[in-house]
Design a protein around this ligand. Structure first.
Ligand SMILES: C[S@@+](CC[C@H](N)C(=O)[O-])C[C@H]1O[C@@H](n2cnc3c(N)ncnc32)[C@H](O)[C@@H]1O
Length: 221
């Protein structure tokens, strides 16, 4: 194992998940839904505090590993989480309930985020997590940019697509979508991008004031 792999493994095994998170992660893996990794979960938990997040939106609930992580230290925050698969959402409801998350803090929406997000309030969210279909990433990002407030952030796990994004030989649709997003935000005066090697690559995009190049429409009011 290389030094980098040892570092990565150490970060992923660093303890600290709650019992509810451990159970949710186990359930997610049993159902074949890839949850955010432990180190990414920890970064989500800390990011909500750093962003003073009160209103959080998530695309791709899964069974709730990322959702529990987002709400872990943000006791006043509410989570709007969008999931296209009814079965995943049903499991997630059980996970949030078992973890003691009050129903008033949750808005779980069954639907395609590409149709749901354009109907949400503009600049109303402190933090938006995108963890859904990689090929739809740019569409989700454009919608997320509309609903996140200036100073808030958009977080995208899976930025390396299991090592394929840094691999020049990989050219599939998912990889190309991630590369397009990375290129777009690297050039944008409206976004401060942070790419971390946590998990499968974690991209944090802080929305600055102003419009981002590539944004099809200015934020709606
Ligand atoms: C990688 S899993 C999410 C895992 C979850 N974030 C976690 O850490 O527990 C991706 C989820 O996105 C959902 N999904 C895919 N496309 C979607 C879309 N267009 N709108 C809403 N959800 C979508 C899938 O059904 C799946 O549950």
């Amino acid at each position: 194992m290389s030094k980098l792999e040892r570092n990565w493994q150490y970060a992923e095994q660093y303890p600290g998940e709650t019992e509810a998170l451990v159970r949710a992660r186990r359930l997610s893996l049993e159902l074949g839904i890839e949850p955010v990794s432990r180190s990414v979960g920890a970064q989500l938990s800390g990011s909500t505090v750093l962003a003073r997040a009160q209103a959080i939106c998530e695309v791709g609930t899964g069974v709730g590993v990322s959702g529990l992580s987002l709400l872990r230290y943000a006791s006043e925050a509410t989570l709007t989480s969008i999931e296209i698969e009814a079965e995943h959402l049903r499991e997630a409801r059980g996970v949030f309930s078992d973890a003691g998350i009050a129903a008033a803090r949750l808005r779980l929406i069954e639907g395609d985020a590409r149709h749901v997000m354009p109907r949400m309030n503009l600049a109303a969210y402190d933090l938006v997590l995108i963890d859904a279909e990689p090929a739809q990433l740019l569409e989700h990002f454009e919608n997320a940019l509309g609903i996140v407030r200036p100073g808030g952030c958009i977080i995208v796990p899976g930025a390396f697509a299991h090592g394929r994004v840094p691999d020049p030989a990989a050219r599939d649709e998912d990889v190309q979508a991630m590369r397009d997003l990375l290129a777009l935000v690297a050039e944008s005066p409206a976004i401060a991008p942070i790419l971390s090697p946590a998990g499968d690559g974690l991209l944090t995009l802080v929305r600055l004031d102003g419009d981002a190049p590539g944004t099809p429409n200015p934020p709606r009011r």
